[in-house]
Design a protein around this ligand. Structure first.
Ligand code: SF4
Length: 370
């Protein structure tokens, strides 16, 4: 796997020789984009932070991988932490940061001590002035959102805030801050070092009703049927969920590109696929996912805080056989409004699964009506 190649500080050496501007140009040329979901060009993000005139700058490695069905960053931190640390050092030295943080998901606490040992080892070998500290999250899904991470590291409640200003201009402690996730920073080291680096290779997390769940490195654009051949579903596939926030689509042998997935009203996000076979009820899944979002809403804004609970109550009513067609319409309406009026990505996407399942599997819901 390309992502597991050890760069052994050669990428850092190359970046030092190139200098910040050329390193960023190289990343832009290689086409590295963020692997956490937003797909923002990594070089551009670094460039914004580089241009800021500030003595203090920061790099944050987002290792708060909380999306259900996503476990690729854990895989990288277990199998190739050295290259990840090297990527953090490259980002820090490129933008001129002396302090970097790894914001580690609370549930990944077991990885902390090994990561700390790797940090010490790599920093000693690299002879760098950059310090890297691990901050352990407390288990909140919303802290995967970059502004919530900033608040959490600053010691406040981990809640998102409105942008702009964007973190590369004004982030942690009001200073320019680059925030990239684990896969992006690891891939940055590869993109800089390897002449034959393939920007199309992505890590797909496949789970659900399959006999071979796991992390697969596959080219973007691979056909869904090819991915299924590897993951081996137990029964005929009914639907694929792109994590909990990305929505669902009925099984179709599409090429897994960003545009094709969007064309199905879904969000490809971080290449997560939860496979659902024909033994499952979509209403049951809607209930489980709605429960998750109602629990994880941070409570800062009303549409998400109140709406996620209303959605859950409506699904409960449907499952109890007490709902009417009017309730289904209300569910649809609520789903649209919450998405349009919430402050951060969590609220904006927490009803994708409702809207897409109502679109594609409305009959599953209608069967349960009073
Ligand atoms: S959308 Fe939800 S998670 Fe985001 S700020 Fe509002 S309440 Fe918090």
């Amino acid at each position: 796997m390309q992502i597991l190649e050890k760069t052994e500080l050669k990428a850092l050496k190359k970046a030092r020789n190139l200098g910040p501007k050329k390193t960023i140009s190289l990343l832009n040329k290689k086409g590295l984009t963020g692997r956490g979901g937003a797909s923002f060009p990594t070089g551009k993000k670094w460039e914004f932070a580089l241009k800021q005139k500030s003595k203090e700058k920061y790099v944050i490695c987002n290792a708060d991988e909380g999306e259900p069905g996503t476990f690729k960053d854990k895989f990288i931190m277990q199998k190739n932490p050295e290259t990840l640390i090297e990527g953090i050092l490259i980002a820090s030295e490129t933008i001129g940061a002396k302090q970097a943080y790894i914001y580690l998901r609370g549930e990944y606490e077991n990885l902390k001590s090994k990561l700390e040992k790797t940090i010490t080892k790599v920093i000693r070998k690299a002879k760098t002035k950059v310090n890297i500290e691990i901050i352990l999250g407390a288990g909140a899904y919303v802290c995967g959102e970059e502004t919530a991470i900033i608040k959490s590291i600053e010691g406040f409640r981990g809640q998102p805030y409105l942008k702009p200003p964007y973190p590369p201009v004004e982030g942690l402690y009001g200073k320019p801050t680059v925030i990239n996730n684990v896969e992006t920073l690891t891939a940055a080291a590869h993109a800089i070092l390897l002449d034959n680096w393939n920007s199309l290779l992505r890590l797909f997390c496949i789970s659900g009703d399959v006999t071979k769940p796991g992390v697969y490195e596959l080219p973007a654009g691979i056909k869904l049927s090819e991915a299924m051949k590897l993951a081996k579903p137990k029964n005929p596939v009914k639907s694929v969920y792109f994590g909990c926030f990305g929505g669902c689509m009925p099984y179709k042998d599409i090429e897994l590109t960003h545009d094709n997935i969007c064309g199905e009203d879904c969000v490809s996000g971080s290449c997560t696929m939860i496979v659902v076979d024909n033994t499952r009820s979509i209403v049951d899944l809607a209930y489980v996912i709605s429960k998750f979002f109602a629990y994880e809403s941070c409570g800062k804004c009303t549409p998400c805080r109140e709406g996620s609970v209303r959605i859950l109550l409506l699904i409960k009513k449907i499952r109890q056989g007490k709902a009417t067609a009017q309730d289904l319409n209300l569910l649809q309406e609520l789903g649209e409004h919450i998405g349009q009026t919430s402050l951060c990505g969590l609220g904006q996407s927490c009803t994708n699964h409702i809207l897409t399942s109502l679109k594609h599997f409305r009959k599953d819901f209608e069967k349960e009506l009073r």
